[in-house]
Write a protein that binds this ligand. Structure first.
Ligand SMILES: C[S@@+](CC[C@H](N)C(=O)[O-])C[C@H]1O[C@@H](n2cnc3c(N)ncnc32)[C@H](O)[C@@H]1O
Length: 200
């Protein structure tokens, strides 16, 4: 088994408590870009690999991955999740918003990446174009030593917006070219790239 990915067969796929409510709200909103359970299980495992983990999610959507990430955090962990669409984010506020570890921002990802401090996160889940297909270097710079970056939606999907397909190989090439990162891509779940910042 390779170094970065946990063995998918060993992941815990049992859904976190609020997931069913969020899935129902996602259907009601007809939100068509939800993270799938395999990705959620991976994110939960990654959020739990360090104590007091500092996690950033770019692209809250309705809060599905947010729910998995929160479930992996210990009591002292923190999760910042942002989206530029406050209406889409509402289920996350409704069902997860009382959790003191969670900070929900309604903001453009590019603006956040411009003001966030370097090396300030142990896990970055890039699930919007900012931090993945644009401003990639800024998102990677947010990783603390040994921190992990997750980019998903790299396998072809019917719901891809125009321009997504062409950006995928350029994205994988750009991350793989960084000498400060260990990088691994898997055609598993929605197609996932993991990158870990090497310790100096
Ligand atoms: C793939 S969906 C996120 C799915 C979500 N992580 C989940 O678990 O279901 C991408 C999200 O990025 C948001 N988004 C698109 N452009 C953005 C931008 N410039 N800044 C912040 N969020 C953006 C969209 O509103 C959408 O909710």
């Amino acid at each position: 088994m390779a170094k970065l990915f946990p063995d998918p067969a060993q992941l815990d796929y049992r859904p976190p408590p609020a997931l069913a409510l969020l899935e129902e709200a996602t259907r009601r909103l007809d939100f068509d870009m939800p993270s799938v359970a395999e990705t959620g299980a991976l994110l939960r495992a990654l959020a739990g690999r360090t104590s007091s983990a500092r996690v950033l999610e770019l692209g809250t959507g309705t809060g599905l991955a947010t729910c998995w990430l929160l479930d992996g955090l210990d009591a002292h962990g923190t999760l910042v999740t942002l989206d530029n669409d406050g209406a889409v984010q509402q289920p996350a506020r409704d069902y997860l918003g009382d959790d003191p570890r969670l900070h929900i921002l309604t903001e453009d990802g590019a603006d956040y990446l411009r003001r966030a401090a370097a090396s300030s996160f142990d896990l970055v889940f890039a699930d919007a174009w900012p931090g993945k297909f644009v401003d990639l270097a800024r998102a990677l710079d947010l990783l603390a030593p040994d921190g992990i970056y997750v980019g998903d939606d790299l396998l072809p999907q019917d719901n891809w917006p125009e321009g997504h397909a062409a950006r995928v190989p350029r994205f994988i090439e750009a991350v793989s070219g960084r000498t400060d990162l260990e990088v691994e891509y898997r055609g598993w779940s929605s197609g996932i790239l993991l990158a870990r910042r090497r310790r100096d």
